[in-house]
Design a protein around this ligand. Sequence first.
Ligand SMILES: [Zn+2]
Length: 497
Amino acid sequence: MKVKPSKSRSLVIKNGKVKEVRFKIEGEAIPIVSEKPVNLGKFFNDTLTDRQNVKETCRQLDEWMKTVDKSGLPGKYKALIYQHGILPRLLWSLLVYEVPMSTVEGMETTASRYLRRWLGVPRSFSSIGLYSSGTKLQLPLKSITEEFKVTKVRQHLMLQNSKDEKVRTAKVDIRTGRKWSEKETIQEAESRLRHSDIVGRLAIGKQGLDVTPTARWGTASVEERRSLVQREVCAMEEDSRMVKAVGMKKQGSWVNWENARQVKLGWNNIWKMEPFRLQFKLKSVYDVLPSPTNLVTWGMTDDPKCVLCGKPANLEHILSACSEALKDGRYTWRHDRVLASIADTLEKGIKKPKKKAESLRFVNFVKEGEKGHKVRVEGSGLLGTATDWQMRTDNYYGINSAMHAWEDRMEDAYERKNLKYQDLLKDCQQNGWKVWFYAVEVGCRGFVGQSMWRALRAIGITGAERRRLIGSLCREAESASMWLWRRRADKWKDNKH
Ligand SMILES: [Zn+2]
C-alpha cells in the first residue's frame, strides 16, 4: 500500500489547541485540515465544531428554496420539490451536524414561508394547516422540526442498541441545543407507550380502531420498539399541534367538525386540481378567504356587510347562511348538483342486474380485545333485496342547507333532518311499506359526512364505486361553492347557466 500525502490530512492538537504543524512524506506535504477540510459525509475543519457547517446548511436551504422559487414552475411542483428533493438532503445535514433546535425552527420558518406562497395561501395561514396529519385536510408535506426530532431519536436508538459493544458503550452525546433533548423525548415516548399497554389505545375521534398500530410495547422486539418510539414521537408532535389548533378560534374551527370525514390530499389528487381549486380548498377550510368580516379584521375595509342582505358576512354566511342567497336559489342550485350525482349512481345501482333477492345480514360490533365472529357480509345491500326499486328524488324537501351543512354543524343538520322526516316515515309505514331512512350530509367545503359513507354501504354501494361517488360529491359541492364564492356580490338570476 502506498501513502498518498495529497489525499491525507493532518491535524495537531497541543494543550487543547489546534496547532499548525506541517508533516511531510518523502518531501511531499500533507495538507492541514484548515487548508483542506475533510469530507467524510460531513465536513471536518480545524475549528472542531459544527458551527460553520450549520451556518452553511442554513445558507444552502435558503439558496435551494430561492432557486426553486425562481424556477417558474407551478406552485404545486415547487412544493413537491421541497418534499422530495430539498427535505431529504437537508435531513442528512441535520443528522450529521450538531444543530440546535432553535436553528432548526428557523429553517422551518423559512421553508413554511415559501410553501405558503407556492400553495397560494396568505402569510397568516398556520403551519398546522401545512404539516398536520390530524386536520380534516391533510397535505403531503412534512415539517422540518418533526423530521429532525425523528432523525435524532432514531440516531440515539441506533447507537444505544448497536450490535457493536464499543458503539453501545461509547456514550455518544447527541447535542441539539437547550430547547429540546432527544433523551427526554425518548423517555416520554416510552412512558406513553408503556401507558397505552395498560389502558389500551385511545381511538381518535370517530375514526381510529382500524388505523391504530397493533404492536404492543411490552412484547415488541428491539426493532419494533425503535419504530414504535419514532411513531410515538410523531404522535406527540401532532398532539402539540392539536393543542395549538384548539386555541386558534378561526383557523382551528375544524377541530369541531365531528362528523366530517378527513380528506387526505396526496400528490395524485393535487396534480389533478387546478391551482385555484386547491387554494380555495385550503383557504376555505382554514377560513382565510377575503370575506367581508375577514377584510375588516385585516384592516382592509371597515364594512363587514353582505352585499345581498346587509348582515355581517363571514364565509359561512356567504356559502350557507345568507337569507337572500337562499331566496334567489343559489343554494338550491348547488344542492341539486350534488343530488344529481347521488341520483345518478343510485339509478345505475337499481338497474344493475340482480342474481336473486337476498336477505341482509349485519355484522355485530365486537368489543376491543374480543375476537369477532367472521360473518361474511353477503348480498349487495338494500338494493339487492328487491328487483323493482323506483327512484324519487325530491328536490323540494330539505333544500335549505339540508344537503349543504356548514361543516361545523353537520351533527345539527343530521338531527334536524331526522326530525323533519319523521312524519313522512310514519305515513309510509302506515301504508304498509318497509322503510329505511338515511339522512346524509355533504358539507359546503366538500367534506362528506360519515353518515354518507354509512348510508351508501347499507344501500349496497361499496368499494371503489362508493369511493368514486364520494369523490364526485366532494368535487361537485366544492366547485359549486367556489362558484358561489366568486359570484358572492352578483345578482344570481343574471348568472344562471
Ligand atoms: Zn347575506
